[in-house]
Design a binder for this molecule. Structure first.
Ligand SMILES: Cc1cc2nc3c(=O)[nH]c(=O)nc-3n(C[C@H](O)[C@H](O)[C@H](O)COP(=O)(O)OP(=O)(O)OC[C@H]3O[C@@H](n4cnc5c(N)ncnc54)[C@H](O)[C@@H]3O)c2cc1C
Length: 416
């Protein structure tokens, strides 16, 4: 595919982590042309991970969320248009049309439109006190609602966000019931044994689970939610209901412009889409990963950060590929977890545990054909580099030695 050169105008649709990182990288790589960064939200680009963790808990302040200081955009001559929605793309004319009525020509366009929460068509989902959770405003609103404690909160969805919100709400002294379709929360992400580990951590902190079911109806009084009816007919009292049943890539623009889609915007490893001059990065991109030779769409912070950097370099005609080992993290109560690797290759494999689940300090490894394809360290800090090196090496590793804490991780690599 031809590289893009001599570009003077770069438009970025979506002012989240991927879009803002791309703008920063363009400048740090010496691009001196025009950059227009367009975001539907009113806030300067911000990080989402703190929204369900320390920011929600009040242990981190406003300075924890910006991607860059507000002054950075003006100081670096980035035309940041907040509260502005890209309404359409005309790839033939290399033009985007804005909801405000104007249009902009581009030499290269980056689609960094992220993802939006899945909705549930439930009777009562429009009641006050019922919401999804994705934005800074969502986090501020929920913090106000839960920070005094004593409320009944029903969380619909037992994925990472649902579990993190349950942890924060419980820590504030609220009564949390978590509904999940899976029999074991997070089992699809980390398997039944580790999913049960996370459930036990929550149960020890007072969270009640209703699993293998979801909500069938939300009831209210005077326009405000009062109860959730489960699929099995139980009625759970509720002052606050959060629907956290996953996200969908925000592909509306790309679809209308005729870009190739498949679970997001299809992109090659350099984040070029099927249409020349248009790139995609972050939650919305389903990019080819050189390590597996498969397309991966990741809904994680490091993918948006690295994707923003690679898209910028690729736009500038550099030979850049998004080939980093995928990574994400979560913090729930006193459990800090980091995961590196490929969940698609790890799926179905029995984890090899180094350490003990009972002590809440361990590393779980997943192997595929004898090679480590993913590793998750729980309360064992500073092991990410070694885990990523094991995955990258593709070296066969003896499972008994992998499980043995006496064998240093670096040593396993040297044994190859
Ligand atoms: C509460 C929460 C906690 C998280 N915690 C973690 C974590 O602990 N670890 C981890 O690895 N990941 C975490 N994530 C995931 C991580 O935050 C995302 O992967 C990351 O935000 C994706 O960045 P992005 O720039 O691709 O998309 P987004 O952050 O979704 O940004 C896209 C932006 O584009 C805007 N937009 C969309 N369409 C248009 C349009 N047509 N015109 C203009 N603007 C548009 C959107 O309004 C949005 O502001 C969390 C996510 C959430 C919501």
């Amino acid at each position: 595919m031809p590289v893009e050169r001599n570009i003077e105008d770069i438009v970025i649709a979506g002012a989240g982590l991927a879009g803002a990182t791309a703008a920063r990288t363009l400048r740090s790589e010496g691009f001196s042309g025009r950059i227009t960064l367009i975001g539907s939200e009113l806030h300067h680009p911000y990080l989402r991970p703190p929204l369900s963790k320390d920011y929600l808990l009040g242990t981190a302040g406003e300075d924890a969320v910006p991607v860059a200081p507000e002054a950075w955009y003006t100081e670096n001559d980035v035309d940041l248009r907040l509260g502005t929605h890209v309404a359409a793309i005309d790839p033939g004319a290399r033009t985007v049309h804005l909801s405000s009525g104007g249009s902009l020509e581009y030499g290269a366009l980056l689609l960094a439109t992220g993802a939006v929460p899945r909705r549930m068509q439930l009777p009562g989902s429009g009641l006050d006190g019922v919401s999804t959770f994705r934005t800074l405003d969502d986090s501020r609103r929920l913090r106000e609602q839960i920070s005094t404690g004593g409320k009944n909160l029903v969380m619909i969805g037992s994925g990472w966000i649902g579990m993190e919100l349950a942890a924060a709400a419980t820590t504030y002294g609220n009564h949390v019931t978590l509904l999940g379709l899976e029999d074991i929360p997070l089992a699809a992400a980390v398997g039944p044994e580790l999913g049960a580990f996370f459930r036990s951590v929550h149960e020890a902190n007072g969270v009640r689970f209703r699993l293998g079911t979801t909500a069938s109806e939300l009831r209210g009084d005077a326009g405000r939610v009062t109860a959730v009816v489960t699929g099995s007919g139980d009625v759970l009292p509720a002052d606050i209901v959060v629907i956290a049943v996953g996200v969908l890539p925000e592909t509306a623009l790309a679809e209308a412009a005729g870009l190739a889609l498949d679970n997001g915007i299809l992109a090659d490893a350099s984040l070029r889409t099927s249409v020349r001059g248009i790139f995609a990065a972050g939650d919305v991109a389903n990019a080819l990963h050189p390590f597996t030779g498969q397309h991966h769409r990741s809904e994680h912070w490091s993918n948006a950060l690295n994707g923003g950097k690679i898209a910028a370099k690729s736009i500038l005609g550099q030979d850049a590929q998004l080939d980093t080992i995928p990574y994400f993290y979560t913090d729930q109560y006193d459990v800090s977890m980091e995961y590196s690797g490929f969940p698609s290759l790890a799926a179905g494999a029995e984890p090899v545990i180094r350490g003990s689940l009972a002590s809440r300090e361990f590393i779980a490894f997943w192997q595929h054909e004898g090679r480590v394809v993913a590793g998750m360290n729980v309360n064992v800090p500073r092991t990410q580099k070694a885990i990523k090196a094991l995955v990258s090496s593709r070296a066969p590793v003896n499972a008994a030695r992998l499980a043995d804490p006496a064998v240093a991780l670096d040593q396993l690599l040297a044994e190859d």
